[in-house]
Design a protein around this ligand. Structure first.
Ligand code: ZN
Length: 453
């Protein structure tokens, strides 16, 4: 039996090639983490009698989902009570929820929150995650701790630490050092068979001084990409105008932060000139509709961003790693926001959630095609137990996903040819132990949180 090889048989393939293809009765041969052959069931099985077989039992087999922006550290927010009056706007949410919460995290909590989110991602078929981390009282080494957990989980992830001035100069400097150290480490020694990658994290213009932005740029080699929140709320724009006389995109451009390797999360309140600048310099934008609705910050002008030529991707912002939920939220949000059912077609949602997310992930994992089923591509796959009661084809698939697919239908998750969940049973992680440990730790996190009020 060849252990590094695997044959998936009896699959209904969704390839997500461009154009997409849906193929019945197919088999996939996987070797050393890559898909090496796609052929008919009979032929591949006959030619590879010694290879371990997984029968997909006619389920849909498709590329695993990719999340373009998340926060593992937010795991302990679930069920947390915020003292006093409810936050009245997004800056208030930062002050009353996220900043006291991230200050409450010890290194053990950082590890546990990553574990919780990784279990969630495997269960819901999200195989690549781009994380943005903050733990101001456990900065140094935090990215290593998360990387260890990503490695053990078998998933693929990109990490960074969010540099910010909100906790003073020393912590801003510690954040810079953590990013630089981790980026160098990932460059020198590719972690976890290349499943872990690094970028440079910045919180947002509104918590970054001119000096700190300059320090970040001085600390990294030219051409480094960043991962930063931009114009999530109007406050970011007004703060930038007050600090520099410039809008956020202009300010960040002047500091050399933007470009084809940089990820900008949200871009809800950018103006027309900022949109054209993001398009001109090739910056990626990520859209997180559930988060935007939850924070009451409005809806990013996603269709206009895409029409301008910006590659808009889809993320969760730390919500559960259920990417099809994000598809649905996006599909619905823009219709209600504009009071027009013609807005945000399923094709545009798939453009973000599939093709643009795959192109972004490709930047960090360049050794093989990602987010696609074809020979040579990474074997990052999910099985979906979906039984349509109407015709399903390449043209209407986005609407089947939006109205029919549920993450609970995902039965098997595979990354780089390793089975992480089979028939809904997690293999690479002990879900009960992870939940029990996180539950225990959550008490301490919540106590430390409450003490700050
Ligand atoms: Zn975020």
């Amino acid at each position: 039996m060849n252990k590094s090889s695997m044959l998936i048989t009896n699959a209904k393939l969704i390839t997500w090639e461009e154009p997409n293809r849906i193929l019945d009765g197919k088999a996939l041969l996987i070797k050393d983490g890559l898909i090496v052959e796609v052929d008919s069931d009979k032929d591949l099985a006959a030619n590879n009698p010694d290879v371990e077989q997984i029968d997909a039992q006619g389920q849909f087999v498709m590329p695993g989902n990719i999340c373009a922006h998340t926060h593992f550290y937010g795991a302990f927010a679930r069920g947390l009570a915020i003292p006093g009056s409810p936050p009245k706007d997004f800056p208030d949410i930062l002050r009353k929820l996220w900043w006291p919460l991230d200050k409450s995290l010890t290194m053990d909590d950082v590890r546990a929150s990553a574990q919780v989110m990784l279990v969630d991602a495997i269960r819901h078929g999200t195989t690549t995650l781009i994380d943005h981390h903050a733990s101001p009282n456990a900065i140094s080494g935090s990215l290593d701790v998360i990387a260890e957990e990503v490695d053990a989980s078998g998933l693929r992830a990109v990490m960074c630490y969010e540099v910010t001035d909100r906790d003073g100069k020393d912590k801003a400097q510690a954040g810079i050092e953590e990013n630089v150290r981790f980026m160098k480490k990932m460059r020198n020694k590719r972690n976890a068979d290349g499943r872990v990658a690094a970028t440079f994290g910045l919180h947002a213009s509104l918590t970054l001084s001119e000096a700190t932005l300059d320090n970040c740029l001085e600390a990294v080699p030219e051409g480094t990409g960043f991962h930063i929140h931009v114009a999530e709320h109007e406050a970011d724009e007004y703060d930038s105008l007050a600090k520099s006389g410039l809008r956020v995109v202009d300010r960040l451009e002047n500091h050399g932060v933007l470009g084809p390797k940089t990820i900008v999360a949200h871009a809800v309140h950018v103006d027309a000139r900022e949109v054209s600048k993001l398009a001109e310099n090739g910056t990626w934008v990520t859209h997180q509709p559930r988060s935007n609705m939850n924070n009451g910050v409005g809806a990013a002008p996603v269709e206009s961003l895409m029409r301008a030529g910006i590659r808009v991707c889809l993320g969760t912002d730390g919500f559960s790693h259920t990417m099809w939920e994000e598809w649905k939220a996006s599909y619905l949000l823009h219709k209600v926001w504009h009071r027009d059912p013609r807005r945000m077609s399923g094709v545009d949602v798939a453009r973000m959630g599939v093709y643009n997310n795959a192109k972004l992930a490709q930047q960090f994992f360049p050794t093989a095609p990602i987010g696609v089923v074809k020979p040579g591509a990474f074997a990052d796959l999910i099985f979906v137990d979906y039984h349509p009661h109407t015709v399903l084809n390449e043209d209407n698939l986005p609407w089947h996903i939006i109205f029919g697919f549920q993450e609970s239908m995902i039965t098997t998750t595979i990354v780089a040819g390793r089975v992480l969940m089979k028939d809904r049973k997690l293999i690479s992680m002990d879900t009960e132990a992870v939940a029990a440990s996180a539950k225990q730790l959550s008490k301490g996190v919540w106590e430390r949180f409450q003490r700050q009020f």
